[in-house]
Design a protein around this ligand. Sequence first.
Ligand code: ATR
Length: 294
Amino acid sequence: MLKNNACVIGYPIHHSLSPRIHSFWLNAYNIEGNYSREEVRPDDLTMFLNTMVEKGFKGCNVTIPHKEKVKDFLEEHHWIDSAARKIGAVNTIKVVGEQLQGFNTDFYGFMASLKAGLAEGLEGEKKCDDLYGKKVMVIGAGGAARGIIYGLFNDLVDKVILTNRTQEKADKLAADFGQKIEVVPWEKKTDYLSDVDVLVNTTSLGMIGQPPLEMDLDGLLETAVVTDIIFNPLHTELLMDARKNGHKIIDGLGMLLHQAAPAFKHFYDPENEAFHGLPEVTDALRNYVLEGLR
Ligand code: ATR
């Protein structure tokens, strides 16, 4: 049995970039370990979870379509942290003895990427990555939006303006969070742009093979930042339009890289004295992962 064995589970799974990220860090920190892709069909999910310990896994990442089911299973039979409970999804499992502990690192990944992007290119006193008091427009109300909204309020944003094609889903999400979320109609979203500091697309619009998110950005404040959680393509039409209009843009690859950092710590830190803290998201890692997209 391999010493430090972790993996990513999903269905389908062959496109996952997680093995590239984790193997880069295993090499960089000289840690003996392995990170594999495991195709787990929905019908086989419970069996996989029930045999993780005996197979010797230290942990795993969880991707589409299993995040919500894993949260339910671990909540009932094992343990999940408060963020995973509130978001309603688990993307990281850590094996502790016989127990499977569930976490959600996606919200951390989004916030870390956003903050790194906000601070980039600024020096001294201007180097501000603070979200405190900011107003953020979130486009989309699916699973990804839930994690992002959790992260935004965790970092004390003032207000979220939420819009979704299916408005009932946005209303439900707003009611679940019970915080300062204003739901605005999908057709009228551009009317609210003058009030936002950050605009984020969490829908699948703009992803390779999908239509773009068509949105006139003329109403945005000059200082507003535009970000997309899509990383394939790296620069969606939304981001290209925003850049043309002079806005700072933050692509979706940063979220993918940063969400992996706490997961890596969960999997490999307890066994390895050489490694402490979170592994670094560097340009070298980014370039290595980008090669996997080509
Ligand atoms: P994820 O976990 O990635 O968030 P999801 O929960 O399936 O995936 O959510 C997908 C999001 O993309 C939803 O906000 C969805 O809008 P609906 O709730 O109206 O379905 C949005 N989305 C997907 N295709 C879309 C389209 N063609 N136009 C507008 N929104 C779309």
